[in-house]
Design a protein around this ligand. Sequence first.
Ligand SMILES: [Zn+2]
Length: 112
Amino acid sequence: MAQGRGGLRGARIGAGPLGEPERGDLAPRVVASFWCGNGHHSQPSFAVEAVVPDVWDCPKCGLPAGPDRENTPAVESNAPYMTHMGYVRQRRSQEEGEVLLNEALAKLRGTI
Ligand SMILES: [Zn+2]
């Protein structure tokens, strides 16, 4: 009885009359594999001309991911705050630190 209005007829969307490919020529792409420290595997694709990066952010957890499954990139310290001495130690070797310290002491003593 209640007949529809033929809403299903011709419902195909975007099909060109000639069946043309939707996206035109696809640029050739390469798929790279990356693993993050949490073991997530992601496979971003890159244009062939593009340089595949050494590190890719894991789309699942955001950790840096690398192409070597057994040797994932070291996680940069996510510590929100590091003490000043932490930064100093990070930047200077012990030896350099002593040189600086001696210079500072010498200045304090007025010998420079
Ligand atoms: Zn991950």
